[in-house]
Design a protein around this ligand. Structure first.
Ligand SMILES: Nc1ncnc2c1ncn2[C@@H]1O[C@H](COP(=O)(O)OP(=O)(O)OP(=O)(O)O)[C@@H](O)[C@H]1O
Ligand SMILES: Cc1ncc(COP(=O)(O)O)c(N)n1
Length: 264
């Protein structure tokens, strides 16, 4: 079984973050491991607290897992501050970890700020150059290049992000008009289309997408095929999203499709 590590933050409500990543790994048929860099006190409505751990806590978890279990791919999620991003980037480089997917989480579905503003430069300078793909949503994509969101300029935005050094950029489509993800590999743009579900239960969609992308890269797919399958898994998880859990945007359900109709 292929091994995929999530380097990210705990969501106590378990809709997003590390918890969503593990569900997505299970869905995608890989063995998931975790390096938890911070804990949030969070539900579907709000984030009431964020507790970042010292950067060396992240480093020790990554080293300890990789020295025994190894990793065929890695995804990063919410990393919160510059010290953590820098330590994670240095460790990924030193251990030469393959197939890195960077999901630059900045704001929660519920509106909470999940990245200290001064950490944007550390993402751009230290982590993006190591990435096989970065997966910002539309808002994050423009924030990362310091511009106002303007969907008509999405291709220019993807080019500017590509110039920072990742091998590919995928701007996810959950907040766009078409609902398509946009893949740019430095040569061409590919629109990753698929069904758009009216569902509001999207908490954790981005985490599910980046975890699925890392899983399919670990399983040996090329980037375009992995991106198509990652959108399929995220979209399916939105379709089966759990509106009855919590009072805010419900958590996605990564296993919804395969559990439907099955006896428990
Ligand atoms: N309503 C929807 N129907 C189908 N697919 C969706 C829907 N919303 C999001 N997706 C898919 O889910 C993935 C994550 O996209 P999105 O742009 O919502 O990321 P995000 O904003 O980072 O997610 P999050 O809700 O976790 O913050 C993408 O592949 C996107 O196409
Ligand atoms: C720990 C953690 N990581 C990521 C997200 C983003 O997910 P969403 O935008 O769906 O709230 C989150 N809310 N919490």
């Amino acid at each position: 079984m292929k091994r995929v590590m999530s380097i990210a933050t705990s969501d106590s409500g378990a809709g997003a973050g590390i918890q969503a990543d593990l569900k997505a790994f299970l869905r995608c048929g890989v063995y998931g491991t975790t390096a938890i860099v911070a804990a949030t006190a969070q539900n579907t409505v709000e984030v009431t607290d964020i507790h970042p751990f010292p950067p060396e806590v992240a480093v020790r978890q990554i080293e300890t897992v990789v020295s025994d279990i190894g990793a065929d791919a890695v995804k990063t999620g919410m990393l919160f501050n510059a010290g953590i991003i820098s330590a994670v980037a240095g460790t990924i480089r030193r251990l030469e970890l393959p197939n890195l997917v960077v999901d630059p989480v900045m704001v929660a579905e519920s509106g909470a700020v999940l990245l200290e503003p001064e950490a944007v430069g550390t993402y751009r300078e230290e982590l993006f150059p190591l990435a096989t793909a970065i997966t910002p949503n539309l808002n994050e994509a423009f924030a990362l290049i310091g511009e106002e969101r303007d969907e008509s300029r999405i291709e220019d935005c993807a080019r500017a992000l590509y110039e920072l050094g990742p091998r590919a950029v995928i701007i996810t489509g959950g907040h766009t008009e078409s609902g398509a993800d946009l893949l740019y590999d430095g040569e061409r743009f590919t629109r990753i289309e698929g069904p758009v579900h009216a569902a509001n239960n999207t908490h954790g969609a981005g985490c599910t997408h980046s975890s699925a992308l890392a899983s399919f890269l670990a399983r040996g797919m090329d980037l375009e095929e992995a991106a198509r399958n990652a959108r399929r898994i995220a979209s399916e998880a939105v379709k089966y999203g759990l509106g009855e859990i919590g009072k805010g945007a419900g958590p996605v359900h990564a296993l919804g499709a395969i559990l439907e109709g099955a006896d428990l």
